[in-house]
Design a protein around this ligand. Structure first.
Ligand code: GTP
Length: 347
């Protein structure tokens, strides 16, 4: 069975971090989202994943070809963005003609039981089966209305009216080839606005309710929450590592130190600090509740609180980065600079 990840959006809500890094390469507890999604697809029985890309596709191509993902991946590149439906149409030559396609938004991290979803999809005879999660306020999402048998009978995308808690689109679907054939050619198409409401009105849509781990990382605060939640999950802790060769450094858990990080004496790290690979933390640096992307250098005696530091950033000696700051990739923060609470520093 094949899977497809929609990963061609501009990720405007993750700017400035997404100006230099596609969303699929954002680290989630040190591991790029694409790796985690490929592994999740593989566990669900998907044997090949198509990455439907556009914005920063070259970066993704280079990165994905450098590393070995758990499931075979191929890229399908759009010249102009085709929305959430158009890329599926474009990828048709790569799809199986008589098997459902598993589609996932490239900004969702979850442990949705794909095998369960696929089984229900096959048994129910539905044209589309959508994973749903519950939300207190469904307004930013697609809200599904269900009948007593969990069939979706209505689908409303991003309503302005708060209808109270409800089941929302989790961004993971099984689609039959018939649905894919319904997608108009040669223009951007929104699955959620153009295709799902038709299927729901025809009674051809089934739901798969998910009550476990699920986060949409499309906004920076949600990206941070997803990292913290993932950090605390026992299943994912296998990769939490603390180098034994840094006796004088203090690491408060939960924290994650990626591969090939160097942490010098008397540095204080954590809690809730996540360092991707090749991060260098110099003597006396204090880094708490912070996510540092790969290849960052956090200078001697600097202090960083509750911030996100993009890839390749250099933080100078004794610099102070206040809570809630976002530093874009490759920025150099000079020695002794004071970055005020809530700052966004562009490259
Ligand atoms: P924002 O600009 O912050 O809204 O993010 P986004 O561009 O990623 O859009 P959104 O979060 O609504 O998209 C949901 C998923 O669909 C994401 O994984 C996007 O990468 C993907 N997506 C959105 N538009 C396109 C598109 O035109 N082409 C492709 N291939 N994927 C898309």
């Amino acid at each position: 069975m094949k899977g497809l990840i929609l990963a061609g959006g501009y990720a405007t809500r993750l700017r400035p971090l997404s100006c230099s890094k596609p969303k699929l390469l954002f680290p989630l507890v040190g591991v790029p989202l694409v790796d985690r999604m490929a592994a999740w697809f593989g566990r669900g029985g998907v044997t090949e994943v198509i990455l439907a890309v556009n914005h920063l596709s070259d970066k993704l191509r280079v990165d994905v070809s450098r590393r070995r993902l758990d499931t075979k991946t191929v890229l399908s590149v759009e010249e102009t963005p085709l929305g959430t439906g158009g890329p599926i149409n474009l990828a048709r030559p790569l799809l199986d003609k008589d098997e459902p396609l598993i589609v996932a938004n490239g900004d969702v991290i979850s442990d949705i039981d794909l095998r369960g979803l696929i089984t229900v999809h096959a048994r129910s005879g539905a044209e589309a089966t959508i994973a749903l999660v519950s939300a207190e306020d469904p307004r930013p999402f697609g809200l599904a209305t269900l009948d007593a048998n969990d069939r979706i009978i209505g689908f409303e995308e991003k309503s302005e009216t708060n209808r109270g808690p409800g089941w929302i689109n989790a961004g993971v679907y099984a689609l039959t080839p018939k649905v894919i054939a319904m997608i108009p050619h040669g223009r951007p198409v929104s699955l959620e606005r153009e295709i799902f409401p038709i299927l729901a009105s025809q009674g051809k849509m089934r739901s798969w309710k998910h009550t476990g781990f699920w986060y949409d990382i499309g906004k920076i605060p949600d990206y941070i929450i997803a990292n913290r939640q993932l950090l605390q999950r026992v299943e994912f802790r296998g990769t939490t590592s603390v180098e034994p060769s840094m006796p004088m450094a203090m690491i408060r858990q939960p924290s994650y130190i990626g591969e090939n990080c160097t942490i010098e004496d008397s540095a204080k790290i954590g809690p809730y600090t996540i360092l991707s690979e090749r991060v260098s933390v110099k003597r006396g640096a204090e880094v708490s509740e912070t996510i540092a992307f790969e290849q960052t250098t956090l200078g001697e005696n600097c202090t960083i609180e509750d911030s996100v530091i993009g890839e390749g950033v250099t933080v100078g000696k004794e610099a102070m980065i206040g809570k809630g700051s976002i530093i874009a990739g490759q920025v150099v923060i000079p020695d002794r600079a004071i970055i005020r609470t809530g700052s966004v520093i562009l490259n």
